[in-house]
Design a protein around this ligand. Structure first.
Ligand code: PMP
Length: 361
């Protein structure tokens, strides 16, 4: 068989999961905890499933240190569904401001256009998203229902490393590609949401963390499945949740706790991304133009000076067992997504491959 086999998966998402988690899931796939059932075939309302959801919830709260006045919901629809759920649940006939720091936050802004009163607080589009707009440049109205921003832009590789200090206006944040990669101060946010398929688990599950006082502003036309308050009152089960996805997320949370929590992961993530960026900076062959203050620890974007070589880079990388290095279809170039589950050895292997490729060309 001459099929190439993946040693390290650098895909932006769905992304690699910790090996230990996969092995554990495999070992209990047919029989969870002596029940004789797979988690996949259990009723989400049954007594067998209840502790799986509860455990995932408790451990997510522990990992992120979620204060008591916040709810953690396990929703469906992916992060992009929040592009209209956020205005439906919060706008309340007011205005809202959107920070545009890359492809995803621009898309969030565009998706909110059917609603009125959607404004731009700041944008780095004119500099090709090479730097995230400074917090102090955000133009927010005191009467805004919320300000929306994205903590880490997966496509462009641009990340904020501080929590925003915005008083009086609730901050809504898309954390899809950086949640659980480092500690955050939840109290700085009104709403946090994240698609699961990077640092949490399989696609199809969306985590939403919302401050209690923000549950009372939904538009009357909001359907129950899209209404955060209804979901919260029904333990994220107004309909069938992504039950297997929640189970895997729970295994990932257990794994994160065994590693020592997300401060430990942060240190490893700093080490991993520094190693890769330092190599890129030391080379004349590879380039990364993102402002050093905002270089993403999760999604390292780069280009080869001669961009015709990008496709060779991807093809030959796969032969070396390194998958998922192609940049996003909207921006091209190359990208290594190095979430929590990517071991340091994966970075070493990638840098070795990059050195070899540079030598060859
Ligand atoms: N926001 C960010 C920051 C993302 O990285 C992604 C997915 N790559 C999305 C939103 C969209 O997520 P989904 O496909 O789950 O809707």
């Amino acid at each position: 068989m001459d099929k190439m086999s993946c040693k390290f998966n650098f895909s932006a998402g769905p992304a690699n999961l910790p090996k230990e988690v996969m092995v554990k899931a495999q070992s209990e796939f047919l029989d969870w905890n002596g029940t004789g059932m797979s988690v996949m075939e259990m009723s989400h309302r049954g007594k067998e499933y209840a502790p799986i959801l509860e455990n995932a919830k408790v451990n997510l709260r522990k990992l992120l240190n979620i204060p008591n006045n916040y709810k953690a919901l396990f929703l469906q629809g992916g992060a992009v569904t929040q592009n209209f759920m956020v205005p439906m649940n919060l706008l309340n006939n007011q205005t809202a401001s959107y920070v545009i720091s890359g492809y995803w936050s621009k898309r969030t802004f565009n998706d909110a256009q059917p609603f009125s009163g959607i404004n731009i607080a700041a944008s780095s589009e004119d500099i090709n998203y090479t730097k995230a707009p400074d917090f102090n440049s955000w133009d927010i109205k005191a009467s805004d229902a919320y300000v929306h921003f994205c903590l880490n832009e997966t496509v462009n590789g641009v990340e904020y490393f501080e929590d925003p200090k915005v008083n009086n206006v609730p901050v809504v944040c898309d954390m899809s590609s950086t949640i659980l990669s480092r500690p955050i101060d939840i109290s700085r946010y009104g709403v946090i949401y994240a698609g699961a398929q990077k640092n949490i688990g399989p696609a199809g599950l969306t985590i939403l963390i919302v401050r209690d006082d923000l549950l009372d502003f939904s538009d009357k036309k909001t359907p129950s499945t899209f209404n955060w308050k209804t979901q919260s009152e029904n333990n994220s089960m107004i309909n069938t949740p992504s039950s297997y996805g929640i189970y895997i997320a729970g295994l990932v949370f257990d794994w994160l706790l065994r590693q020592g929590g997300i401060k430990v992961l942060e240190d490893i993530n700093i080490k991993k991304s520094n190693y890769l960026y330092n190599f890129i900076d030391s080379s004349d062959f590879y380039i990364n133009n993102i402002d050093k203050q905002n270089r993403s620890r999760m999604n390292v974007t780069f280009d080869i000076q001669n961009d015709e070589l990008n496709s060779n880079f991807v093809i030959e990388a796969e032969k070396a067992g390194l998958f998922g290095l192609k940049g996003h279809r909207m921006v091209g170039g190359l990208r290594a997504s190095i979430y929590n589950a990517m071991p340091y050895e994966g970075i070493l292997a990638l840098v070795e491959y990059m050195k070899e490729f540079e030598k060859k060309y």
